[in-house]
Structures are given as C-alpha cells and as structure tokens.
Design a protein around this ligand. Structure first.
Ligand SMILES: NC(=O)c1ccc[n+]([C@@H]2O[C@H](COP(=O)([O-])OP(=O)(O)OC[C@H]3O[C@@H](n4cnc5c(N)ncnc54)[C@H](OP(=O)(O)O)[C@@H]3O)[C@@H](O)[C@H]2O)c1
Length: 302
C-alpha cells in the first residue's frame, strides 16, 4: 500500500518534523523523504537542518517563520518517566510549553498549518483495551502528555496516542526491542514484566500511519496501537523466539517484586484503535505480526 498523497495533490505540503533526530523522528524522516514528502528536519542538539529550543517562544517562532510549514509533526518530548516525576517543571517545559508555542504560532500566523502530535498510551490504566475517553492519569509524564493534548485541541490537529517499537537508528537512544535484542545477544540478564500490558505498533507501521495522517488530516484524538496486545513479558519472549535467539537470560517478574522502578507505571495500556481504523479506512495489524516484522529488522544485521 502506498500512502503518498503527492500524485493527486497540486502542491507538495512542506512538513516540519520537530525532534527529527530522536528515536521515532530519525526513522520517520527517512520514511517520509523516501516517499516523496518535502521534509524539513529540526533537532535541539543533534544534526538536522534547523536547531531551536521549542520551549523558548522566540526561538520557536523564528523557526516556524523560516520553515513556513503546511504540516508540523511534533515529536519533541521528555519521555523519561522517572525524570518527569523528579522534575515536573522540566516535564512541563518539554512536553507542554513546546506545544503551547507551536499552537500559538499556528493561531497567529496567517496560514493554514495542520499539527500532528504524538501522545502516549501512558494516559491509560485499569483494565484495557481503552477507548479514547477512558483516561486515567497516574504519573507526571502522563499528566504532561495529557496537558499537551489539551493545548493541541485549540488548533486543527491530529493527536495520536501510541506506543512503538523497532530498531533505533540513533546511537544513544534505545527502543524496547533494542534492549531485549542486546540482552539476548550478550547474555545480559533482564527481567520482563508480566503485569504490564500494552499494544504497541512497529515504527514501520507508525510511520505509514503518520504519512496517511499528513494526507487525510483527520481532526481529533486517536488511539494508534496494534490488535491483541500482550504483557511486556510475553512480548519479550515472542520477540526473542521470532529471532531464533535464546531466552535463558530473561526472567518473568511483576512490578511489585522489583525495586528499580522509581515511578508508578500503568498496568494496562492496551488501546482500542477502532476509531482510527474507521476514520482512516484501514485495518491495523496484530501485535504478534508486528513483532515478527520487527524481528526481520534485527535479522538483517545479525
Ligand atoms: N519512545 C517511546 O517508546 C514512546 C512511546 C509512546 C509515545 N512516545 C512519544 O513519541 C514521541 C517521540 O518519542 P521519541 O522516543 O522519538 O523521543 P526522543 O527520542 O526522546 O526524541 C525527542 C526529541 O525532542 C528533542 N527535544 C527535547 N526537548 C526539546 C526542546 N526543548 N526543544 C527542541 N527539541 C527538543 C530531543 O532533542 P535532540 O534533538 O537534541 O535529541 C529529541 O530529538 C514523543 O512525543 C513521545 O512522548 C514515545
């Protein structure tokens, strides 16, 4: 399936990717460019076309005026849950103030710019799968991501509540599958949680869905996960099995048995993505199939 809108559109939209050097951004940038999108990349400190602190109103406005985007994809965030808990104001600045600055520019510039904002499945807890109105906030990271969504809501925006996995192309930024793969290859012991449920999607699928959102620009908040989520423990064992590697260094545990988690983590973040499927006219994949797909990314380098 090809998601590019370019064939039936008069003009290519200019897409500004904020946080383009991060875990998701570095792969999204490559995906969109290889599908013919006109992308401008931004980072705070890593190589990119533009550099700006988006929590600073003046720097953010200058960047947006120069880039003059038709679509902004916002991936800027503080994703470290423990750091958000320890430093709530930093969490506000990086997760909320940044969005307030983007929204202010969209409202005050005299052009139509669509915002695609990436939110999180951490906004849920209690028995899933969760629909979009079933929010339960349990830590500062979740609070800040929710506050960012509220800010987004005052402009034309697509908010994607998601979680993702796949091979990182950034040296100092590992994904959950990088962590599991590394432990299976090196024999380093890891503990995997059987009391945390989720339904993430592969970065590959997420990139395609973001491409589709650039074309269709649906307005609102959408869950974007795979079908039939599972526990993090089952995810890890299934991934290692898909790679044909040994799982002898992995052990199952539950959150109350470990002492390395500083901050409460939601226990069931599985999302019901039927609203997104209906709105976009697509069917999202099964988590098991996504894991097999991602295992191929690692097999290519094994
Ligand atoms: N990682 C996950 O598993 C996960 C799960 C669910 C949702 N999400 C959401 O998905 C999005 C992307 O996550 P990710 O894991 O790709 O994030 P990431 O790797 O941590 O990248 C975040 C980017 O934001 C940039 N940044 C941070 N503060 C900034 C500021 N004040 N001004 C400008 N840029 C700033 C970073 O700077 P540099 O460019 O200097 O590195 C980095 O490029 C986030 O909204 C996150 O909440 C992530």
């Amino acid at each position: 399936m090809h998601y590019s809108m370019l064939a039936d559109n008069h003009r290519k939209p200019t897409v500004l990717i904020l946080g383009a050097a991060g875990l998701l951004g570095s792969r999204l940038n490559v995906f969109l460019k290889s599908n013919g999108y006109d992308c401008i990349t931004h980072s705070l400190s890593k190589p990119a076309q533009y550099h700006a602190d988006i929590s600073d109103a003046e720097q953010a406005t200058n960047l947006f005026n120069i880039a003059d985007p038709d679509v902004i994809i916002n991936l800027v965030a503080l994703t470290d849950v423990d750091k958000c808990e320890r430093e709530p104001n930093k969490s506000y600045l990086m997760n909320v103030r940044t969005v307030e600055n983007i929204v202010h520019w969209i409202k005050t510039s005299n052009k139509t710019c669509h915002l695609i904002h990436i939110s999180s499945d951490q906004l849920y807890d209690g028995l899933g799968p969760h629909k979009e109105n079933d929010v339960t906030l349990t830590n500062y990271y979740a609070f800040s991501k929710y506050a960012a969504e509220i800010a987004c809501g005052s402009v034309k925006s697509t908010i994607l509540r998601t979680n993702f996995f796949g091979k990182s192309s950034v040296k100092d930024r590992s994904s959950i599958t990088d962590w599991i793969y590394d432990s299976a290859r090196t024999g380093k012991s890891i503990q995997v949680f059987e009391d945390i449920m989720f339904a993430p999607i592969s970065i590959t699928t997420l990139n395609k869905m973001i491409g589709l959102c650039i074309c269709k620009q649906p307005i609102g908040i959408y869950n974007l996960g795979s079908r039939h989520g599972m526990s993090k423990a089952d995810f890890a064992y299934f991934f290692v099995r898909s790679l044909g590697l040994s799982s002898r260094n992995m052990s199952r545990t539950i959150t109350s048995r470990v002492n390395f988690l500083q901050t409460y983590r939601p226990k069931d973040m599985r999302t019901d993505s039927s609203l997104f499927e209906r709105e976009l006219g697509i069917k999202l994949p099964e988590l098991a199939d996504e894991i097999k797909l991602v295992a191929e990314e690692y097999r290519e380098v094994t």
